[in-house]
Each structure stands twice: as C-alpha cells, then as structure tokens.
Design a protein around this ligand. Sequence first.
Ligand code: GAL
Length: 423
Amino acid sequence: MRMFKRTLLKTALGGLAVAATLGATAQAGEVEVLHWWTSGGEARAASVLKQLLEEEGHQWKDFAVAGGGGETAMTVLKSRAMSGNPPSAAQIKGPEIQEWGELGLLGQLDGVAEQGRWGELLPPVIAEVMQYDGHYVAVPVNVHRVNWLWANPEVLEQAGVENVPATLDELFAAGEKIRDAGYIPLAHGGQPWQDATVFETVVLGTGGPEFYRRALVELDPDALGSDTMIQALATFKRTRELMDDGMSGRDWNIATSMVINGKAAMQLMGDWAKGEFTAAGMTPGEDYLCAPAPGTEEAFTFNIDSLAMFRVSDESEREAQQALARLVLEPEFQKTFNLAKGSIPARPDLDMSEFDQCAQQSLEDFQRTAEEGGLVPSMAHGMAVRADVQGAIFDIVTNYFNSADMTAQQAAERLVNAANVAM
Ligand code: GAL
C-alpha cells in the first residue's frame, strides 16, 4: 500500500514537472525519429535523447533501421516519404539535407536556432550544412572523425609491434608480424560503406588532404585518373591481405569486437567504434589505443550526424520537434550523448574534462585542421558528394576491392567516368 502511494505521488509529481517544463502554451507531442544507431554504444547514446525528450513531456517514437552507414535507413526513409508519410525527424547528413530541402519536405528551425544562438555557437563548417536556402532545417548532434586507427595493445605487443603504425608502409610491416604471431592484422566488415571508409582513408594517407579534396569532394577527373589515385587504389587493395576470409557482410561493430577480444589487432574506422570500446568498459591508452589512420595525422575527415525535421501540420508535433532540436544542442545532451557515441560535441564551447584522450585529441585536431587546412568532409559518410554520386563511387570501390582481375588503372578510369556523369 505504501509502495502504491509512493508511486502515485511520484506519477503526480512527474505530471506536474512535465506541465511546468512544457509551459503554459506548449502541448505534449510525439516525434518519430528515424536513425540507424543500433549497435551497443550507439543505442546507449540514442537513449539519452529519448530520455531528455520524455522528461519534457513529449513522446519519442523510435524508428531504428539497422545497418551501419545508414544506407538501409535512407532507403526506408525514401519509401516512407514517397508514400506521403515521412517520420517527423530523421538522421540526414551533409549534402543530402539539401536534396530533401529541394523537395520542399523539411520544416524550419529558425526560431529555436535564434533563441539558442546557433549562429554563434556552431563552427561555420557545421552551421552551413544545417541550413537549406538560408534557413535551419537540421540540428547537429556531434562531430565524428573518420580517419582513426583502433588497436589492441596486447596483440601488438604479442606480435612484437612497438608502435601503432603511423604510415601505410608501417601498417603493412606491422601486419606481417601480426599475421605471423597468429592474429588477424585488420578487422574489417566487407560491406560497401566499410570498404569505402577504408578506401577514403587510404586516399587521404596517400595523397594528403588537398588531393583528397580534389578527388573525392570536387570530383576533379584529373585527380581521379592520376597516378596518385592509381597508387592509392593499389594500396587499398593490398589492405585485403591484412583482413580475414570471414569479412564478407560482417557488421562494423562485430569487426570492432574482434579488436576488443583480441582476435584482431587493429581496425580502420570512425570513432563510433570508440562507443563500442566504451560500452565494453575499456579505457583508451590502456585497454585500447586510438591513433590517426596511417599517413593522415595532419588531416581530419569529418562526419557530422544531424537530425533533420520534416514539415508537419500538427501543432503539438511541431512543438515536440522544436523541443528535440533545442535539447540536442544543450550541454547536457551534447556531453552525455557524445561520451557514449565516441564523437565530440558539435559545439566547441563545452568543458571537455570528462572526455577521454581520443576525444580531446579529436577536438584539438578538428580546430587545428579547420584553421590550418586538412579538414575534409567524409565521402564514405555522406558529407562530400550527392547521394547518387556516393552510390556510384561505392559500387566502383567495392567491385574493385572484391574483383580478382580489375586493375587499379581500370578502377581509376571508372571513377573518372562516374565523375563525368555527375557533372
Ligand atoms: C555513420 C554515422 C555514425 C555511425 C556509423 C555506423 O555514417 O554517421 O553515427 O552510426 O555510420 O553506423
């Protein structure tokens, strides 16, 4: 009985708190949020936002579509939109935000943005991506760095590898030792977006950030057909030697777990992988190591997760969307979410003392490369080119990676053709 009373009281107080938070005019509404954050670390991170929204009295309807990199989620989103029933919020990134804006389907967040002073808060490179036609239509959740190498220090030690490879040559040399010691040098999942993640990182490590920009952002045919690109493609293909036979179709977080449990020594992956190490209770610098991907120390491939809002007619739904957008940039969410997700906050003004050394290095490198050059958008993660062009590059990269007889030269020619079609 006492228990029951206490519960009743709690519910009543909860109701009061909700009414107070929503204020006099606001109405409780529901936001259906499409995302692909389904791995252990990602699901933990996403639940933070759900909780904060519900504390404000709104409802979160989860629309999680599994599949790393979000390709499946985007296909599902398109079919929902085509049937005239898009969710109210969706994880849409980079140039794709413009594509949805052009269709006239996105709602505006200018009011929340003005109140929250997003223009002052956000680095220009982020603020720009969130706007369509001069209006805020999306809110940034975080900044992921893609060009990372994750390593298991114990496996490296067992194999007699003293330092985490800093160059591509060192990567292959270490790989040989690791293989000889009986471990898999590089954990990988053979899925197009993961192949593309390794590919772009090798392009960056081979040609540097200016070359990367010309080739994979500006789609300059001269860069795509150059000797540097042919060399990058050949090196990319060589990374297969470091991978295991079971990689086909493997999810990225399964590959990360191979580094966690010491089956594999390293993984080339963005820092959502860190969310898996964190969820496993591991400490960077001790249980696992993070280092810029070989040859890319001076560069930062960015991948900004963001939630775009669809135009809705229901007032309470709109209020819930606005609340969601506001919460996303508040310090509490930025901190808790990003600690779990492995990324850094989208707003650089926050106290980073609770973040680990990988995140602190990421923020430092983000700011340094933004000022000195070297900050480039990730092609593999939808930040650099339109979705159709990205799809064409993925096809070429994956076919080449898995083909026994396509040469690097032929793959480069195909990239040039794809760029010419895209122009
Ligand atoms: C990226 C996304 C990350 C993470 C990763 C793996 O594209 O930005 O948040 O989810 O895919 O699915």
